[in-house]
Design a protein around this ligand. Structure first.
Ligand SMILES: Cc1ncc(COP(=O)(O)O)c(C=O)c1O
Length: 402
């Protein structure tokens, strides 16, 4: 029997609200109460449009620029080069399409890694349809980009390389400084999608040689639907959205001041201590699962791994079955990445690191948050043990067959 240690919360009407254990923080995080407080004034009284010239407008403009400066400071960027967008998807689309279209007189070749988020892979595929040439970088069995492959794939017509900083499915943290240095030595620009690593890993656009950087709010306890693209001074990029000329004419649309204020506040939520604590819990969880459950494989590296990512293959079981049973036990996890969890295709990330399709279907991603406790992990692992044992009872595939 699995003992549920987590205390239920008494609701006002006397019923109990069973506490859920939320281990899908890579998909999104809960809005922090502090962030909510920071947003409230701009949702209620301070309603001005940042482009208006009256006092309300000036207040909104001030909030906008303060937020820009706070966020830029976290990545050591010039604030005037940080542009607000509707999130990671828009920033990645803009970085690829906006850059390629602005620089097509110089070349026609884009390189992306084979383990990018769909919001990089899809614009790359779109560019290919418009006549650009797209190449995909190989990764090793832990998801690290093959630097020799990068050297080999860069040609005279290469404009841009885009490599995800920390992978959303398997947690691999790339050596972006090295990747950027290779790009620059060949006169190629470098973009990185840092949606998963922002505020969990050190980011310094100057020191690391990052030309464009994607970040968003909802992975760091901020609101959904807000993000930013950093574009280094001097880089040519065309807008995707045309209109009133906001954001230096590069991203039109009335600025979402409440969400932008919340995004800035959210950069104060995850502390270095949180990162260390999550790292320890992550390793504890990996150790327990690896030692206590047979036929499991850890996806992604042991070192240089995102502090909150645990991704495991449970052989001979479908990940969806595990997910649904855990959900019924009060635990939220994910199979692969949230964005592709409604697809029956095996994860492109797992296939890229060499996992066989029949094994890729048995993977579960647990992503920890700042509120995750050891008790949560113990309860989860106990439940996983039971669920896996039950499901394996039912499968016709015998141990050792896969
Ligand atoms: C690595 C990565 N890039 C991009 C995105 C997309 O961000 P958004 O949901 O803000 O559009 C996500 C989140 O799903 C992500 O994990």
């Amino acid at each position: 029997m699995v003992k549920k240690i987590v205390k239920n919360k008494k609701l006002e009407n006397g019923t109990e609200d069973p506490k859920r254990i939320y281990l899908d923080n890579a998909a999104t995080t809960a809005l922090s109460p502090k962030v909510f407080e920071a947003m409230k004034p701009y949702l209620q009284n301070l309603c001005g449009n940042a482009s208006s010239m009256h006092s309300e407008g000036m207040q909104a403009k001030q909030a906008l620029e303060e937020a820009r400066a706070r966020i830029a400071q976290k990545i050591n960027a010039n604030p005037t080069r940080l542009f607000f967008t509707s999130g990671g998807t828009e920033s990645n689309n803009w970085a690829l399409k906006g850059f390629a279209l602005a620089n097509k007189d110089r070349g026609n070749h884009i390189i992306v890694s084979s383990i990018e988020h769909d919001s990089v892979l899809e614009p790359a595929a779109w560019l290919a349809k418009q006549g650009f040439k797209v190449s995909y970088l190989k990764v090793d069995s832990n998801g690290f980009v093959d630097l020799q492959d990068l050297q080999n794939q860069i040609v005279e017509k290469t404009l841009l390389v885009s490599v995800i900083h920390a992978n959303n499915e398997i947690g691999t943290i790339q050596d972006i400084e090295k990747i950027a240095a290779i790009c620059h030595s060949r006169n190629v620009f470098f973009h990185t999608d840092a949606c998963q690593s922002f505020m969990k890993c050190r980011i310094d656009v100057e020191k690391q040689g990052i030309d464009m950087l994607t970040i968003n709010g909802h992975k760091i306890y901020g609101p959904k639907g807000i993000g930013a693209l950093y574009v280094k001074q001097g880089i040519k990029i065309v807008p995707l959205l045309h209109g009133g000329g906001h954001e230096l004419g590069l991203r039109s649309g009335t600025e979402n001041v409440p969400s932008i204020a919340g995004f800035a506040e959210a950069t104060e939520i995850i502390t270095e201590k949180d990162v260390e604590r999550m790292q320890k819990l992550r390793d504890y969880m990996i150790d327990r699962i690896s030692n206590e459950i047979r036929e499991t494989i850890l996806n992604g590296p042991v070192n240089n791994r995102l502090c909150n990512n645990v991704n495991i293959i449970f052989k001979r079981i479908e990940g969806e079955s595990i997910l649904l049973r855990l959900n019924a036990l009060g635990i939220a996890v994910s199979t692969g990445s949230a964005c592709s969890s409604h697809s029956l295709k095996p994860s492109h990330v797992l296939l890229a690191i060499g996992v066989k399709p029949e094994l890729a279907h048995g993977s579960i991603r647990f992503s920890l948050g700042i509120e995750t406790t050891k008790e949560d992990i113990d309860y989860t692992v106990d439940c996983v043990k039971k669920v896996v044992a039950d499901l394996r009872e039912m499968t016709p595939i015998r141990e050792g067959e896969l």
